[in-house]
Design a protein around this ligand. Structure first.
Ligand code: EPZ
Length: 419
């Protein structure tokens, strides 16, 4: 077990480089299973726990995965014979559901464990199942195991009842070798959806419209290995942008795609930050107390739900009352109780958090309840008076690479202690 100890009140200044996107990487690695011949080389992967878990699952299926460097792996899926993703690792993370689409697309058959994931609220997969069934698959769930089988996968039109990142990507994975055309309507438009479509097209798939709400997939006979580089992590970048406001700092974030961060830049500017965009950098400065704002999480290009928790932290000491509405997950306010231990004045009513900014937070011992709640507590610890101890930091390591090194490189005093 480990904990973080953060000395609060230090201004963060300097440049920090962003790693590859977690929510792209955990889909790209399963997608590589679809290659019929040749080897996939994935670059700019983040060195995080979720990537290690998904690599382990691919190995357990018979895939040959070689680590070629800190952020590059090669995946040879020619020896994958098993379509049963039923190992304990599968329960560790929700993104293991991508194995359903990848193995179904490869073998017309898959047996997988009902996915786990952060406890941020209900995490259904009914839209994933709806997509598989539309392609001609039969789906059964017995004893926590999902069994999906299709004699043939045949393209179809699928309208998603809710905008779902996971379902959009999973249907692309299952459909890229189906017979005929598949249309996904009301598709998710997140950058990582586009990244997976671009990777599959590099393998020889025929996917058009990713990044819009209508994606058209023409099934192809086979897919081949290729080399592909993961996009930068929009949520990691946003976390460091928020840290600049939290510490009255001046942070340049490099290796980013500024267009992916437009909603975050807009809200931080509304709070009083100066934002300067470069080709692959964003500089965020804020030398005064941030203003309160209202915020609602929405599918991309709206404000991302994954940054709602870090934003709640920085707004807890903003000037005025903020209302944060979490439209995606009803359980994504577990960090609020921990922030209250640090002196925050927040009232949660249903999907809304009403935040009356206090002059200062004070350091305390707090516990990370999920990945982005952990990020919120880091933000709070950076801005609090005194030291903050964060327990259960394993949640944070799932999605942030070497986070204490990155924060310390721009002036933080953050230590990882074994307990
Ligand atoms: C992905 O989760 C991300 N995870 C989440 O990031 C992110 O919060 C979420 O997208 C929204 O952007 C990964 O990419 C691995 P959804 P996912 O399907 O795919 C409902 C993080 O911190 N829904 O887009 O599970 C669902 O309940 C994680 O990095 C259904 O009703 O999200 C939610 O309200 C946390 N039926 C909404 O849709 C379904 O079949 C969006 O969910 C699927 C989803």
């Amino acid at each position: 077990m480990e904990k973080f100890i953060i000395e609060g009140g230090r201004k963060l200044e300097g440049t920090v480089s962003i790693s590859g996107a977690k929510n792209a990487a955990v889909a790209l690695i399963p997608a590589a299973i679809l290659a019929d011949d040749g080897i996939c080389v994935l670059e700019n992967l983040p060195n995080i726990e979720d990537v290690k878990v998904i690599i382990n699952i691919v190995r357990q299926l018979g895939g040959k995965v070689e680590i070629l460097g800190n952020d590059t792996v090669s995946i040879d899926s020619n020896n994958i014979t098993s379509y049963k993703a039923t190992y304990n690792d599968v329960k560790k993370m929700r993104a293991s559901y991508y194995l359903l689409g990848a193995l179904l697309g490869k073998f017309n058959h898959v047996e997988g464990i009902y996915p786990g994931g952060c406890n941020i609220g209900d995490r259904p997969i009914d839209q994933h199942i709806k997509g598989f069934q539309a392609l001609g698959a039969k789906v059964s769930i017995e004893h926590g195991i999902i069994k999906v089988h299709a004699d043939r996968l045949v393209g179809n039109s699928i309208y998603l009842d809710v905008v779902s990142v996971g379902a959009t990507i999973n249907i692309m994975l299952a459909a890229c070798r189906a017979e005929g055309q598949t249309t996904i309507e009301n598709a998710a438009k997140e950058p990582h959806v586009v990244d997976v479509a671009n990777f599959l097209n590099s393998m020889g798939a025929n996917i058009r419209g990713a990044g819009t709400d209508v994606i058209r997939i023409k099934g192809v006979k086979s897919l081949k290995g290729c080399t592909y580089s993961t996009i930068p992590d929009q949520i990691e970048a946003g976390t460091f942008m928020i840290a600049a406001l939290a510490t009255r700092g001046d942070i340049t974030i490099s290796n980013v795609i500024p267009t992916h961060l437009e909603s975050i830049s807009a809200k931080l500017a509304e709070m009083g930050a100066d934002i300067d965009e470069g080709l692959d950098t964003i500089r965020v400065r804020c030398d005064r107390r941030p203003c309160a704002i209202n915020l609602k999480t929405l599918p991309y290009p709206g404000f991302p739900t994954d940054l709602q928790q870090p934003m709640t932290a920085v707004l807890s000491a903003a000037d005025g009352r903020s209302i944060v509405t979490e439209s995606m997950y009803e359980g994504r306010f577990k960090h609020v109780d921990e922030l209250k231990r640090m002196g925050a004045n927040i009232k949660v009513e249903g999907r809304a958090a009403i935040i009356d900014g206090v002059n200062k937070l004070t350091g305390a011992q707090v516990t990370a309840t999920d990945l982005r709640a952990g990020a919120a507590l880091i933000i709070a610890g950076l801005m609090a008076v005194g030291n903050t101890e964060i327990l259960e930091i394993g949640h944070i390591d799932r999605g942030y690479e070497a986070i204490e090194d990155k924060f310390n490189s721009i002036g933080a005093n953050m230590r990882r202690i074994r307990i």
